[in-house]
Write a protein that binds this ligand. Structure first.
Ligand code: ZN
Length: 151
């Protein structure tokens, strides 16, 4: 088990456009495992590779009983709007309201290197959109309204 330190806001890696994964190598599988260990150790509902300092297009999400590993994820359909409070392991202590699509359809590779398409709504859709933003150098604080520090 490898738990990584979460990269915090201010580090340049969080502002880079992460690179596509070209091939599922043993290193990518290790990255997924390390991200999972790190997310669970931090009680997060999602994590993007740049948050452990790796600028690759890899995200994981777990909203309770729905663990997802998505490599090179792309939103191919989105519909509706939801607005709710978000936070981020890379911006500890801050919360704000972010408007997101209610439902998204995602195309990605899984850890077997197979192209998959999944559809999620509500919290899982929110978490996926938040994590994909990380791959494009976007943090929730860029989009949030009513941003508050937790006291
Ligand atoms: Zn985040």
């Amino acid at each position: 088990m490898s738990v990584y330190q979460i990269v915090k806001n201010g580090d340049e890696v969080l502002r880079e456009k992460a690179l596509q994964v070209r091939e599922i190598t043993p290193n990518i599988l290790k990255l997924l495992n390390n991200m999972r260990d790190t997310m669970y150790a931090s009680n997060g509902v999602g994590l993007a590779a740049p948050q452990i300092g790796i600028s690759k297009r890899v995200i994981i999400v777990d909203t309770g009983d729905d663990y997802l590993e998505l490599i090179n994820p792309e939103i191919i359909m989105s519909e509706g709007i939801q607005s709710d409070q978000e936070g981020c392991l890379s911006v500890p202590g801050y919360f704000g309201d972010v408007s997101r699509a209610h439902r998204v359809r995602i195309r990605a590779l899984n850890r077997e290197g197979e192209m998959i398409e999944i559809e999620r709504e509500e919290l899982a859709a929110r978490a996926i959109q938040h994590e994909i933003d990380h791959l494009n150098g976007i943090l929730f604080i860029d989009k949030a309204t009513n941003l508050k520090a937790d006291e």
